[in-house]
Ligand binder design. Structure first.
Ligand code: NDP
Ligand SMILES: O=C(O)C1=N[C@H](C(=O)O)C[C@H](O)C1
Length: 266
């Protein structure tokens, strides 16, 4: 069976790389793009044309579905767009695979209820890179023994959201092992706002945005007289493609929300 994939975010950095990866696979094809503009035009290599060259663009998922009957919607858009796209896909019986960061806990809870009522699978992966998933798993394991943790995530300066979805997910995974507690000096004085980063149960998250970077994260776990550093670097968006293909192949066998690729790669 060939899996028919629609992509939301097809003009973007991830969308462009994902289209290539899906086209190279022998069991999936990209049938159409969902966008908020350029209805009726086509997208090819991140540029839009009116020459019918590339993938047809729709601004309505219902219309896209009527013409192309996709099995899966891959969403790599924008934190403000993703929730509506996922809701629309589920209502239409299209299985969402979501890479977009920024979904809130309450939105994830709503998606979980919606997929259950429609008996349809949905995979939300804060990070599709298999190396990053391992970095998150190893960090959670290590936090059982070294419970003072600071996360430093570093990304390109075109990134909209902070902290990254990966850092949030890492903190959530670590929370399962690390009892909530204050880190550092209990009477610490912060002289410039934000100097100690974001706070999750006393654990700190620092976000760096610089040109030249792509996606990187370092988890620092401190103990008496020692420091364990667990680091992952994505140098190329190709690093996310094996995880995307895995999720596209897996999602149709699911009937629930899967939040994090660690539940698939075990
Ligand atoms: N899970 C993972 O492994 C990874 C996740 N990401 C996440 O994926 C998302 C996209 O990243 P990236 O490709 O770098 O970002 P880009 O800005 O390059 O691409 C996003 C694209 O989505 C388009 N877009 C915005 N709103 C909509 C909408 N309502 N419907 C359809 N398309 C829309 C944007 O259009 P316009 O430019 O006109 O606004 C843009 O072309 C981010 O949230 C990022 O954090 C990134 C890498 C890996
Ligand atoms: O915006 C990005 O680039 C990335 N976003 C995701 C995140 O927020 O964690 C995944 C990866 O870090 C790249």
């Amino acid at each position: 069976m060939t899996i028919k994939v629609a992509i939301a975010g097809a003009r973007g950095r991830m969308g462009t790389t994902a289209i290539q990866a899906i086209e190279e696979a022998n069991d999936a094809i990209v049938v159409a793009a969902l966008d908020y503009k350029y209805d009726g035009l086509h997208v090819h290599n991140s540029t839009v044309n009116d020459q019918c060259h590339g993938i047809p663009i729709y601004t309505s998922l219902a219309e896209l579905a009527e013409h192309h009957a996709p099995d899966v919607l891959l969403d790599v858009t924008d934190p403000n767009a993703v929730f509506v796209n996922v809701q629309a896909a589920i209502e239409l019986g299209i299985y969402p695979v979501v890479g977009t960061s920024g979904l809130t806990r309450s939105q994830l809870d709503e998606i979980a209820v919606l997929v259950e009522s429609h008996q349809i699978g949905c995979i939300v992966a804060p990070n599709f890179s298999l190396g990053a998933v391992l970095m998150m798993k190893f960090s959670a394991q290590a936090a059982r023994y070294l419970g003072d943790v600071e996360i430093i995530e570093l990304h390109h300066d075109r990134k909209l959201d902070a902290p990254s979805g990966t850092a949030v997910k890492t903190a959530e995974m670590i929370q399962q092992y690390r009892p909530a507690h204050i880190q550092g000096h209990p009477e610490e004085q912060v002289h410039i706002d934000g100097a100690r980063g974001a706070d999750v149960d006393g654990m700190k998250i620092h976000s760096v945005r610089l040109p030249g970077l792509l996606a990187h994260q370092q988890v620092l776990l401190g103990g008496e007289g020692e420091l364990l550093t667990i680091r992952h670097d994505s140098f190329d968006r190709k690093s996310f493609m094996p995880g995307i293909m895995l999720a596209i192949r897996e999602v149709m066998g699911r009937k629930e929300l899967v939040y994090g690729l660690e539940h698939i790669i075990d």
